[in-house]
Design a binder for this molecule. Structure first.
Ligand code: SF4
Length: 392
């Protein structure tokens, strides 16, 4: 039996037993070796702008009165915040607006926001809404939220970037994407020009992805700034624990970050540090000059192999096309990850509820075709059933 094909029930059972006997590393490992320096910075693409190598992602609950995480980040040099119109339906923007007023240091903060609109008029309006909610005059970076198709980078969209930069409402312009389907979009961005920054899914699971690596190379050569997100690439905790990770230097979360920072093509990691402990843990990793050892890298590779069947890469163009495009697969599995791994139960349910009902069905023949092309070996039928049960 290959690692990928381990039966889920036996794996979970093994996970529970093994987790009890394995010492799960804690943040204390790297915090024992703190540096007095602030978080290192790096130039974002060819913009000439220096940014910290980690930014705070805010698709999470922020304290609207006084958010300790944002203030701690600011004090430690994580002066970069990523938000979006859709995060908390304005709550994220409003909490950040309050935070910016409290620190009164807008010029030293780098603020990114996004609009989900795919139309030029909607993106133009979305930027005004961002500024209004954030109560600032301009963004440092404005992104189209989740560009999944190269056609989205049409001439009007590229012209809009020029217009918005000239207007002074944003310094930089680009797009984000959650899945592996970004590869053709990244390649088009290089061809058409006018894109300053791309925020994309990149983590330790994707080192061997040749096509993605070529797209990253092309973007880097084209001067596009690259920010990695989904850095944790999490699967349910009990599965991660059975794979085991031991290190004198790093926690597992820190090792995952380190594996991305080892790639010089990446300028920054977007990390959703949703509690103070996680902020401290990630900042300790960012400051540490210790590289991952070969043994630690090997353990990450082993984790990726053991849990591949539970991690959806977001390559919807493979499975949904094979299924006949009448079945949503990548999105339900992403929302299931929010539920199982990130404790975002209500957000996951809310997002799942927005998927049209007719896309939630899964005929056995369709799913068999989808499973046959899935590079992760995911038991799609089983996972969609779990999504329906937990999120429906
Ligand atoms: S289920 Fe498999 S093929 Fe479909 S998006 Fe996820 S990883 Fe890709």
């Amino acid at each position: 039996m290959s690692d990928k094909n381990i039966d889920r029930r036996s794996f979970l059972k093994g996970a529970t037993l093994a987790a009890a006997s394995l010492g799960v590393p804690t943040a204390a490992a790297a915090e024992r070796k703190p540096s007095s320096a602030k978080v290192p910075t790096k130039q974002l693409g060819v913009t000439g702008i220096q940014i910290p190598i980690i930014e705070l992602g805010t698709s999470q609950t922020l304290d609207a009165v006084y958010d300790k995480k944002m203030h701690l980040c600011y004090r430690e040099g994580v002066t970069m915040i990523d938000t979006a119109l859709v995060y908390g339906w304005g709550a994220s923007h409003r909490a950040i607006a309050n935070f910016l007023q409290q620190i009164d240091d807008r010029q030293n903060m780098f603020i990114t926001s996004k609009s989900e609109s795919t139309r030029v008029s909607g993106l133009r309006k979305g930027l005004d809404e961002c500024l209004d909610e954030l109560q600032i005059d301009n963004l440092d970076l404005y992104l189209m939220h989740n560009a999944t198709n190269p056609k989205m980078l049409d001439p009007d969209y590229i012209k809009l970037g020029d217009e918005l930069r000239k207007s002074g409402k944003t310094k930089l312009f680009g797009f984000s994407c959650h899945g592996r389907d970004i590869i053709p979009v990244m390649n088009k961005a290089v061809r058409v020009g006018g894109i300053d920054v791309i925020l994309f899914r990149y983590n330790f699971r994707q080192y061997g992805d040749l096509e993605l690596n070529r797209a990253i190379d092309a973007c880097k050569k084209g001067g596009i700034g690259l920010i990695a997100m989904k850095a944790m690439a999490s699967v349910p905790k009990e599965l991660e624990q059975v794979a085991g990770f031991t290190s004198d230097n790093f926690t597992l979360a820190q090792a995952k970050l380190k594996s991305i920072w080892a790639d010089e093509r990446i300028d920054c990691i977007n990390s959703e540090m949703d509690n103070v402990k996680r902020v401290r843990e990630n900042i300790a990793a960012a400051r540490s000059t210790q590289e991952l050892t070969a043994g630690e890298s090997h353990q990450l590779n082993r984790l990726a192999a053991l849990t591949a069947g539970y991690y959806c890469n977001g390559c919807a163009s493979l499975c949904e096309k094979a299924a006949g495009r009448r079945t949503a697969i990548a999105d339900p599995l992403r929302f299931l990850m929010y539920y199982e791994c990130y404790g975002k139960q209500s957000r996951a349910r809310e997002l799942y509820g927005k998927i049209p009902e007719h896309l939630k069905g899964f005929e056995p023949a369709q799913i068999a075709r989808a499973e046959a092309v899935c590079p992760q070996g995911i038991k799609i039928r089983e996972r969609l059933a779990a999504a329906r049960e937990l999120l429906g």
